[in-house]
Write a protein that binds this ligand. Structure first.
Ligand code: FEO
Ligand code: CA
Ligand code: CA
Length: 627
């Protein structure tokens, strides 16, 4: 979303862009050396597990101009969507000839069969009460939990609802009543819904565990910040709600993690601009502003009014990772504070050395940071003792060096640099960005999703470079304007304090005339167990393309286009059934809500309001999605 583009980091920490430039000059020397040998390339970029699997990549040719010409590995067998075919009718998606798709649970779908539904009629909208029992808007992070952990035809689907602009949800730019505010609050948050496949089609099922967790649902707060004064309000209100749920994670113990990203934008001040004059440095660092993103909630709901002293700490109750048990509708969602408060994009889980739970997390803002969390001990032993592995552990932030190495810096009050600035660990976590500034973390180009590949490498989507906004989208020669994907290897099986990094994909390198693989602004990432990397994009694509879902083979650099969305949308999220024969992704803000651009998922009629929707992708021959 556009608000990620602001720069809120005023620290003098050296941006990753500078480090990248230095590194790229070395990389270009490598490229000009013509052909990398199979052994050299695979050793440097892939690791040994793929080699052991017999991935047949041979060499990666390099043209005289330096453009990488990918070789095939056999991992990607499907017919790619051709640019010419994808741009014929941008009001509807395009998909590989080898695949088919269906829309599932668009905005307004009743969580339980038989409930009131919203169908995109431009003359109506759901009531706030109806919306609380319907699928929200702004579909983003997503995961499927097969029944009994095994089923690939029946289970619970968790879907994040990141945001919906007032113009889309309300049909007007600003709320006029508390009812309007409640409607948009209920359109945010999370959907947990039973789904099943019958006669080849997916549909919502019925389950007592299907539920909405929205902007007003009661939640729990756990971990080091629970009970901290910074989370207490004079109003003594119970913790409620989750908003701007962007990327996600999932744990091996069967829970879903939803990540609160641009939470600042839902707060505002009834004092107007005068509020900005007296903002605290922490409020500035987190982007609080008198009119937020224009939602206007503060005008009717004091909880979101930054100038109401009774709710002074409500702002600290958002910006966390929230754990949800999809199989138990009686359990509240839990805000896990040990993983710090920032604009969480996602949480890529890994079981590290000693069985520890590890999560890699981006803070999506220009010049913000890459983080990881490491649980205290083995997650299995912690669960056996009744402890959440996500409540006890250490939070780290990344510092990248020019030479392809880096260091994880521990965000702990025991560090004298932090003890000088914070009273306790709770403060360090509430103001994690400030603590990371002090430790000298490396400012990045908007870290979006992360994913852990089967060889243990961690991929980071860095969606685009801050300077592109400064020079404008008409300046394609600005450095790295369309983002890149970074590959990181931890020094000690995810629990180390050092790492190495490389840049396997630079979006700009796919833009040459005649290059069918063009993409920009990588956002969603998911690595499958065979080593394929799924890439969802969010931003202006080249050559008239809508946003897209691509599949890449990092071992060879090969990229194929699997799916393109509809006009004005963003492709978000990536989830699969256990057999990987169905993949769930989303079209978010189709047409930006404008029915003259698209009416998806309704047939094109120029009138029906387009609705954010999950899209289920299957291979016609019944194969694994991505193959
Ligand atoms: Fe919500 Fe950073 O994407
Ligand atoms: Ca995103
Ligand atoms: Ca994005």
């Amino acid at each position: 979303m556009p608000h990620d583009n602001e720069v809120l980091n005023r620290s003098s920490n050296r941006p990753f862009e500078d480090i990248l430039k230095a590194s790229l000059s070395r990389r270009n020397v490598l490229k000009r050396s013509a052909v990398l040998s199979a052994a050299g390339f695979m050793g440097a970029f892939v690791g040994e597990s793929l080699l052991a699997k017999g991935v047949a990549a041979a060499t990666r040719q390099v043209s005289a101009g330096g453009t990488l010409l990918a070789q095939t590995s056999g991992l990607l067998q499907f017919a790619a969507v051709k640019i010419a075919d994808a741009v014929v009718d941008t009001a509807v998606p395009s998909i590989s000839d080898d695949y088919e798709y269906q829309a599932l649970i668009p905005w307004g779908t009743s969580i339980q069969p038989g409930g009131k539904e919203y169908d995109g009629n431009p003359n109506t909208r759901p009531t706030a009460a109806e919306q609380a029992n319907q699928v929200g808007i702004g579909h983003d992070g997503i995961w499927f939990f097969g029944k009994n952990g095994l089923s690939s035809t029946e289970g619970m689907l968790c879907v994040n609802h990141e945001f919906g602009r007032n113009s889309h949800v309300l049909g007007k730019d600003a709320p006029e009543t508390l009812e309007d505010v409640r409607l948009t609050q209920h359109a945010h948050g999370e959907t947990v819904v039973a789904i099943k496949k019958t006669n080849g089609k997916w549909d919502r099922g019925a389950s007592p565990n299907s539920r909405r967790i929205h902007g007003n649902t009661e939640v729990e707060v756990s971990g080091p910040v629970a009970g901290h004064p910074l989370l207490q309000n004079a109003a003594n209100n119970v913790p409620q709600g989750t908003v701007n749920n962007c990327g996600n994670g999932y744990t091996p113990w069967g829970t879903y993690l939803t990540c609160e990203e641009n939470f600042n934008g839902y707060f505002g001040s009834t004092e107007g601009e005068a509020f900005n004059e007296k903002r605290t440095p922490e409020q500035e660092r987190y982007g609080f502003d008198f009119d937020g993103f224009g939602y206007g909630w503060e005008k009717f709901d004091e909880r979101f009014n930054l100038s109401n002293p009774n709710y002074a700490n409500e702002q600290h109750r958002f910006g966390w990772i929230v754990e949800i048990d999809p199989e138990d509708g009686s359990k509240k969602a839990v805000k896990r504070t040990a993983m710090g408060r920032f604009k969480h994009e996602g949480f890529a889980f890994a079981t590290g050395a000693g069985g520890r739970a590890v999560g890699y997390m981006g803070d999506d803002q220009r010049f913000d940071y890459c983080y990881k969390f490491v649980s205290q001990t083995s997650w299995r032993s912690m669960l056996a003792r009744g402890l959440s592995p996500l409540d006890y552990g250490k939070l780290y932030v990344a510092r990248f060096n020019e030479d392809g190495t880096g260091k994880w810096l521990e965000l702990t009050i025991n560090n004298p640099k932090l003890r000088k600035n914070f009273k306790d660990q709770g403060e360090v976590l509430v103001f994690a960005r400030v603590a990371a500034d002090i430790l000298g973390a490396t400012p990045m180009d908007r870290p979006e999703w992360t994913t852990v590949a089967p060889d243990g490498a961690v991929f980071w989507a860095l969606t685009n470079n801050s300077r592109r906004t400064e020079t404008g989208p008409a300046s394609p020669l600005a450095p790295n304007p369309d983002g890149h994907i970074l590959r990181m290897v931890d020094s000690n099986n995810h629990v180390g304090t050092n790492f190495t990094w490389t840049i396997p994909f630079i979006a700009e390198e796919t833009h040459a005339d005649g290059d069918e693989t063009t993409f920009s602004d990588p956002d969603a990432l998911w690595a499958d167990p065979d080593g394929r990397l799924f890439i969802g994009t969010d931003g202006g694509q080249q050559k008239g393309l809508n946003n897209q879902l691509l599949v890449a083979d990092p071992a060879t650099g090969e990229i194929r286009r699997l799916f393109t969305g509809v006009s004005g949308d963003e492709i978000t999220g990536c989830a699969v059934t256990p057999d990987r024969k169905a993949l769930f992704t989303n079209t978010q803000h189709p047409g930006n809500g404008d029915p003259t651009r698209t009416n998806f998922p309704a047939p094109t009629d120029g009138v029906t309001i387009p609705r954010d929707s999950t899209v289920v992708i299957t291979k016609k021959n019944g194969g694994i999605v991505g193959s």
